[in-house]
Design a protein around this ligand. Sequence first.
Ligand code: URA
Length: 209
Amino acid sequence: MQHLTLVTHPLVQHKLTIMRDRETSTAGFRRLLREISLLLAYEVTRELDLTTTRIETPLCPMDAPTIQGKKLALISILRAGNGLLDGILELIPAARVGFIGLYRDPETLQPVQYYSKVPANLDLRMVIVVDPMLATGNSSVAAIDLLKRAGAKNLRFLCLLAAPEGVARMREAHPDVPIFTAALDERLDDHGYIVPGLGDAGDRMFGTK
Ligand code: URA
């Protein structure tokens, strides 16, 4: 599988443009994030293995396709990851859910972990890490380090926007983890924000500043 997948579907691109617009309200941003997360979830789960289950339709028995193996695990990097998580859970309500709390030290831009709770048997699950912004890549790399130590082997990283710096950092640290994103932007600014980006994803979805 390729390391970086851009989800170029017109619905995704249109919704992303409205989310980038500084005039979009908190309510609008949140609604669009939920909608776009359903579309991104569709892409990131494309390679889930299928098996068949015997069912009875009203007409006859049938060996019908169902998803194989243990329920997948969604891991949200707090706090902005929760915006993507909520939408994906509507599509995959039986998924197991974990949280990793990391904040970015404003001086060093390095991640500092303050919370972690992840599902059991990560080695037997597809593990999808969600965080809307892949900026420096420091938080994503730290989260995936932690998940690999907990046993995860089959990982995906899902974000809304990625910076080239973050993609390069991920490729270097975790070349086995495919990244799915709606857009690859130009660069990071001096504060580690993605340009042109959409601002602070957490602030925009929660209405904080
Ligand atoms: N986190 C954000 O919320 N926005 C950015 O542009 C970079 C990191």
